[in-house]
Ligand binder design. Structure first.
Ligand SMILES: Nc1ncnc2c1ncn2[C@@H]1O[C@H](COP(=O)(O)OP(=O)(O)OP(=O)(O)O)[C@@H](O)[C@H]1O
Ligand SMILES: [Mg+2]
Length: 276
């Protein structure tokens, strides 16, 4: 990590324009007295006590809760098959949630389709198939802006500022890029809607440690612009290091939930999930 303590400074961003106008300025809002939303005590995004599975299949999630608050990075870790991606899909509306609910800024969105959730301000980068490989980098970003009817060139410029290599490669088919660059395309695509919250499923999958560090730095940068981030990570240690909140999922259940720091220090979490 190039910046060992990314949160020591004011997390306000110099340039907030990448954020959704309705979602921006939460730091300022927090400093003012009085409630900032209808449900000030509820996390900004929460999949609350979710139970459900795929189609008519068995439940994969059992009373599972994941959430992220304003100004925060929340990280979900756990063994393969624990249900991390399933929990993300449930929050994004891609799963039949049999009980439990999803709240965005205090509003119950459990019944909304994924597309309606995007309109409400959710950005989601799935674990696989998260870019159009035959389209150019720029076309991918344009596709990301599909819900917008306004001029999105400023947002595209901001994505290129965040990921300069994408500007260089904007005319290349995204499928020709390296793994780390493809993940940048995927994150950039999600940012094109100016989301109020960003969900990332294993954004550093299959990249080298150096590229992973770089991606984490960019993710921290995005969080600093005022976009809360809920992400799944297989690089558990590194991810918990930058996490305000961490969730360890095991067999579709919450096994441990705490600050990233506390989870890193917990002997049982260390032994079972962080390799000692
Ligand atoms: N589309 C699907 N249809 C049916 N079952 C599925 C589907 N996707 C996942 N599952 C099952 O749900 C369980 C949880 O899988 P999930 O992909 O959520 O785990 P994960 O924690 O994301 O794992 P990984 O670390 O490998 O990404 C597994 O038993 C898996 O086989
Ligand atoms: Mg997964």
């Amino acid at each position: 990590m190039s910046n060992s303590n990314p949160y020591q400074d004011d997390r306000g961003n110099k340039d907030r324009s990448i954020t959704n106008p309705a979602g921006q300025g939460t730091a300022e809002l927090r400093r003012k007295s009085g409630p900032v939303s209808a449900a000030p005590d509820t996390p900004f995004l929460i999949g609350d006590s979710m139970t459900g599975g795929y189609g008519k299949g068995p439940d994969i999630l059992h009373d599972c809760t994941i959430a992220v608050d304003r100004g925060e990075i929340a990280v979900i870790v756990g063994p393969n098959g624990a249900g991390k991606s399933t929990a993300m899909k449930a929050v994004f509306g891609m799963l039949d949630v049999r009980s439990g609910r999803v709240l965005l800024d205090g509003e119950d969105i459990t019944a909304l389709t994924p597309q309606d959730r995007v309109v409400k301000g959710m950005g989601f980068v799935p674990q696989t198939h998260n870019i159009f490989t035959s389209m150019t980098v720029e076309e991918n970003l344009e596709m990301g802006a599909f819900i917008r009817t306004d001029d999105f060139r400023d947002t595209m410029a901001q994505v290129y500022d965040l990921f300069p290599i994408l500007k260089e490669k904007r005319r290349q088919p995204a499928g020709e890029l390296s793994g780390g660059q493809r993940q940048q395309v995927a994150v950039g695509r999600a940012l094109m809607t100016r989301p109020k919250v960003l969900m990332l499923d294993e954004p550093t999958a299959g990249v080298s440690p150096i590229v992973m560090d770089e991606l984490f730095d960019r993710i921290i940068e995005v969080a600093r612009t005022g976009i809360p981030i809920l992400m799944v990570e297989q690089n558990a240690r590194q991810a918990l290091e930058i996490a305000d909140k961490g969730y360890v999922l095991v067999q579709g259940r919450n096994a441990f939930t705490d600050t990233g720091k506390a989870l890193m220090a917990d002997p049982e979490v260390r032994r079972s999930f962080l390799g000692g």
